[in-house]
Design a protein around this ligand. Structure first.
Ligand code: GDP
Ligand code: IMO
Ligand code: MG
Length: 427
């Protein structure tokens, strides 16, 4: 039976949480396959608002089994407080499964994330400071601590000892910080182990069996295509592979199980942190988008940078991910504009580029070439079907679909669970 991937098509915060939640009633498993608590996925159900960082959004659908896959980096303290926070609101995480192969974010990862950013000064990436990059760095360097190490106190002690022997040298001698005491870390993580043990599983095996039994698996991406370590705006990216190609590796299921690749696309563009952003608006229009769209980070509270829709980026996301369907979010935010500029290509040193330039140097110099699309004045937050939308809003959606190169199958007209226009079924 099928699996679907839900992937951010821009620089994150496209509305993946809402989209995942929408499909919660139709799927059996929701799996996070990469990233960590750098993510912030918002779901609004009635008058309740949930911000999820590590837990898959499926936690909010009682019939769904939420899974944290092997490709995720887990800060166990954060995970447990997220579980406790939901429990206090009557939502149980009892069903949660955590891959034994997922890596753990350790205290030195967080310390190094913060201090390396400080040392970069103006060249900083603008990370979330959650230890993501250093944790993936240790994973690739083969000195990471994994979830399964929590099950063996002897191994855990050894791994912490080995890691800190090196990292304390770096922290104290390179960055002039205080070293971290291995015994204290061991005690802290052994306490986490007690609580996490019942959730630890061979999730790749669980998911493969589920697929064989005809269950539907939804893979929920964090971040977005342009934040991908390989395909994003390197080095201003995250340290994992949010793109569809990373989904199978991060969940432990084979690529031929995937039947749908759902791209989440905001009707305009936002980005948090540093790095190129051709359609960014630094004037009052950008501020208007920020305020109207509520574009403030869920994880760090930072102002999101805002700009017009960039069709070059969308086309790129279609190609890199093999998007079969788009969920276009936040169309309602654009209501009230006379006309809406959409970037159709770039100009770099007098040359037109219809695709993302090959080098970052050129991309940094890319100037958007805009096409103006007519706006609409009516409030669309109460629309129930595509036909309810004003003609110009329909035309805007059709134009974006044409430029992006994949069908727009659902449209968000508000943050609420019921504020979605479904054109064709996503699963
Ligand atoms: P994610 O990280 O991709 O899950 O996205 P975030 O939750 O960080 O940011 C998306 C924000 O937009 C959240 O506050 C959502 O509640 C909100 N949102 C999602 N879809 C829509 C929509 O169609 N219209 C409006 N107005 N808000 C939306
Ligand atoms: P969701 O899942 C938007 C950005 C950070 C920074 C860069 C690297 O909510 O869409 P990191 O801490 O990952 O090393 O930071 O990536 N970033 C995000 N931006 N949404 C996210 O997640 C992000 N996760 C990381 O702002 O620029
Ligand atoms: Mg977010």
């Amino acid at each position: 039976m099928p699996a679907a991937v839900l992937v951010g098509a821009q620089w994150g915060d496209e509305g993946k949480g809402k989209a995942t939640d929408l499909l919660g009633g139709d799927v059996d498993y929701v799996v996070r396959y990469q990233g960590g608590n750098n993510a912030g996925h918002t779901v609004v159900i009635g008058d309740q608002k949930y911000a999820l960082h590590l837990l898959p959004t499926g936690i909010l659908s009682p019939e769904v089994v939420p899974v944290i896959g092997n490709g995720v980096v887990i800060d166990p303290g954060v995970l447990l407080s997220e579980i406790d926070g939901l429990a206090a609101r009557g939502i149980s995480a009892e069903r949660l499964l955590i891959s034994s192969n997922a890596h753990l974010i350790m205290p030195h990862h967080k310390a190094l994330d913060k201090v390396t950013e400080r040392y970069l000064g103006k060249a900083r990436i603008g990370t979330t400071g959650r230890g993501i990059g250093p944790a993936y760095g240790d994973k690739i360097a083969r000195m990471g601590v994994r979830v399964q190490d929590l099950l063996d106190p002897g191994i855990l002690a050894k791994k912490i000892e080995v890691a800190l022997t090196e990292k304390n040298q770096v922290l104290t001698k390179v960055y002039n910080r205080r070293g971290i005491e291995p015994a204290a870390v061991l005690e802290e993580y052994l306490a986490y182990a007690e609580r996490l043990k019942p959730h630890i599983a061979d999730t790749s095996l669980v998911l493969s069996k589920a697929l064989d039994e005809g269950k539907f698996v939804l893979l929920e991406g964090g971040q977005g295509t342009l934040l991908d370590i390989d395909h994003g705006t390197y080095p201003f990216v995250t340290s994992s592979s949010p793109t569809a190609g990373g989904a199978c590796a991060g969940a432990g299921i084979p690529p031929n199980r995937l039947t749908k690749i759902i791209g989440i696309l905001k009707a305009y563009t936002t980005r948090v942190g540093s790095g190129p952003f051709p359609t960014e608006l630094t004037d009052e229009m950008g501020e208007w988008l920020r305020q109207t769209g509520g574009e403030y980070g869920v994880t760090t509270g930072r102002n999101r940078r805002c700009g017009w829709f960039d069709a070059v980026i969308a086309r790129y996301a279609t190609r890199i991910n093999g998007v079969t369907d788009y969920f276009l979010t936040k169309l309602d935010v654009l209501s009230g504009l006379e006309s809406i500029p959409v970037c159709v290509a770039y100009e770099v040193d007098g040359v037109r580029h219809d695709e993302i330039p090959m080098t970052q140097t050129d991309f940094h110099h890319a100037k958007p070439i805009y096409e103006e699309l007519p706006g609409w004045q009516d409030d669309i937050t109460g629309a129930k079907s595509f036909e309810d939308l004003p003609r110009n809003a329909q035309a805007y959606v059709r134009a974006l679909e044409e430029m992006s190169g994949a069908p727009i199958s659902a449209i968000g007209v508000g943050p609420g669970r019921d504020q979605t226009l479904v054109i064709r079924s996503l699963v």
